[in-house]
Design a protein around this ligand. Structure first.
Ligand SMILES: Cc1ncc(C[n+]2csc(CCOP(=O)(O)OP(=O)(O)O)c2C)c(N)n1
Ligand SMILES: [Mg+2]
Length: 540
């Protein structure tokens, strides 16, 4: 029998949110959303507050990405919502099931000029799967349930609801929603069979697996399919770590060799975008496996593009019983390239240079990071190096901003990661430029006892912009920051701790102190401003 719920708008919303597995809210205060706080306060529902709304939405996104359940940010009307738009857009690009709940000026006097009276919907509609104003308290549980069902349905993504003041403050009653009931979308079996035949028959196949494989809980199925068909696997985004680095089919560095030599490229759970040369793999046959028909590329024509539940598709591939070519030599060829690239990387990660080069930072970090540590990248070149030198050992341990490439995710993602994994190492890798977007939220982390480690690659420049601008124009502007600025003192002033490191030999002990500190701790590493990430030759 359906349970009836009653209360004010905030209480009705929270009951529905709980039914959908939401376990905390991230917010920055505003009167328009007080009833949601009241509901949380009265029922012991965890509430984390921040110093800039972008951090609330990024925190909600980190929860959504890591835990594969909805993340919630509550933002006050007007500027609260507009400050959250970059976060919403990132979630949209990343297919993260984030719900942003906004306050809204009262409806009964709409047009009279209430404080922060604006219609948010036209602003958020292009970057959400669903955006709706809920005009009565009674209607809130239904709206929450509908929005979260949409957010959780592949292809996943953010949703937005706002509540006019009188709707959220008044009382009402409704049926308690039952919680998520999603029907998996079944791919066309003929297309899956065609994909299986192409992969099995290929002489030199390659799989590239991305975030939707993790989001769709299809990591084990990916591994089974790769093993059954003996196909080397590369990963990006949340797909990283899907196969542990020591797995014989796990590759990271031999991508260039692989894509140059492949006769079939299978891209699973990630778009054919700029990260994958827009799906142009020369003469190779392309198989694109996506979690919803909407994700099929329109700018290129893969040979086949099965669309549906990724776990089901990959499980079918794993069970393929037809003829298959032998890939032993191909896998061995890639392993040789991979090992050679790894040996080069190992040298760079151990290099004793003055000033320190980013590679050494990661060499030292790898010695102190646990296998289940969460690493978060927020920056330019310094984060490109992180992607190259860090090898996530488990899925769901690497958070990058994704294809929207928004700087400023750092402290929000860190908060969401810490809330998700209270006992793990959380390590944010930040450029000094990126640090400026969110470092004030260290205050939120300190105050709410959410310790994380920050490692800043402090080159004194917006490196990823300065070097290209110089290369293009012979000069650069708007690309310098204060050299050797003491970002560690900023963190200390906010109640955390930290230190500056300028010598490679001091890195290891500093990182150890950071992870032992038990408070937000920033290791400010002075790095070589002349060092530019080698974009054209970053992969073997
Ligand atoms: C919100 C936002 N603003 C601007 C950019 C453009 N941008 C990309 S990388 C970058 C430089 C980052 O500098 P830093 O964080 O210091 O890292 P570095 O490249 O120096 O290692 C900039 C400005 C962006 N991606 N996002
Ligand atoms: Mg920099």
């Amino acid at each position: 029998m359906t349970e009836r719920i009653e209360g004010h708008g905030g209480e009705l919303a929270l009951a529905a949110l709980r039914a959908y597995g939401v376990r905390e809210m991230f917010t920055l205060s505003g009167g328009h959303v007080f009833p949601l706080y009241d509901a949380a306060h009265k029922t012991g529902f965890p509430l984390y507050d921040v110093r800039h709304e972008q951090s609330a939405v990024f925190a909600a996104e980190a929860v959504a990405k890591l835990q594969r359940r909805p993340g919630l940010a509550v933002l006050t009307a007007g500027p609260g919502v507009t400050n959250g738009i970059s976060g919403l857009t990132s979630a949209y690009f990343n297919a993260s099931p984030v719900l942003v709940m906004g306050g809204r000026a009262p409806q009964f006097r709409w047009g009279s000029g209430s404080l922060q009276e604006m219609d948010h919907l036209p602003l958020v509609a292009p970057v959400t799967k669903h955006a709706e104003t809920v005009f009565s308290a009674d209607d809130i549980p239904r709206a929450v349930a509908a929005a979260l069902t949409t957010a959780l349905t592949p292809h996943r993504g953010p949703v937005f609801l706002d509540f006019p003041l009188e709707a959220i403050f008044s009382t009402g009653d409704a049926d308690l929603p039952a919680g998520p009931a999603l029907d998996p979308v079944e791919a066309d079996p003929d297309e899956v069979a065609k994909a299986a035949g192409l992969i099995a028959g290929a002489q030199r196949p390659v799989v590239i697996a991305g975030s939707d494989v993790y989001a769709g809980d299809a990591v084990a199925a990916l591994r089974a399919a790769a093993e059954a068909l003996d196909v080397p696997v590369f990963t990006n985004g949340m797909g990283r770590g899907a196969l542990p680095p020591e797995h014989p089919l796990a590759f990271a560095k031999a991508r260039r060799v692989a894509l140059k030599g492949a006769d079939v490229v299978v891209v699973v759970g990630t778009p054919l975008d700029f990260r994958l040369s827009f799906g142009d793999f020369g003469d190779a046959t392309v198989v694109h496996i996506v979690d919803a028909p909407s994700q099929r590329a329109t700018h290129v024509q893969p040979a086949v593009a099965p669309a549906g539940d990724l776990r089901a598709i990959l499980t079918t591939l794993a069970g393929y019983t037809g003829d298959r070519a032998d890939h032993t030599d191909w896998v061995a060829q890639l392993r040789t390239a991979e090992d050679a690239a790894k040996a080069r990387d190992a040298e760079e990660m151990a290099a004793e240079t003055d000033p320190i080069r980013p590679a050494r930072v990661y060499g030292e970090l790898r010695k102190v990071l646990a296998r289940d540590a969460i690493t978060i990248g927020d920056g330019g070149d310094f984060v490109s190096y992180a992607g190259r030198y860090l090898e996530p050992a488990q899925p769901g341990t690497w958070l990058d901003p994704g294809p929207y490439g928004c700087l400023g995710t750092g402290m929000g993602y860190a908060m969401g990661a810490r809330v998700t994994h209270p006992d793990r190492q959380i390590c944010v890798l930040m450029g000094d430029g990126a640090a400026g977007f969110s470092l004030m939220d260290v205050e939120s982390l300190v105050r709410q006892k959410l310790p994380v480690v920050m490692v800043v690659g402090n080159n004194g420049i917006w490196g990823l912009e300065k070097h290209p601008m110089r290369a293009m124009y012979g000069y650069d502007v708007a690309a310098d920051l204060q050299p050797e600025l003491r970002y560690d003192q900023v963190v200390t002033a906010l109640g955390g701790a930290g230190e500056t490191v300028a010598k490679a030999a001091d890195l290891g002990p500093a990182l150890q102190r950071a992870f032992d500190a038990g408070v937000p701790y920033l290791v400010n590493v002075i790095t070589d401003p002349a060092d530019a990430y080698p974009r054209s030759s970053n992969l073997a």
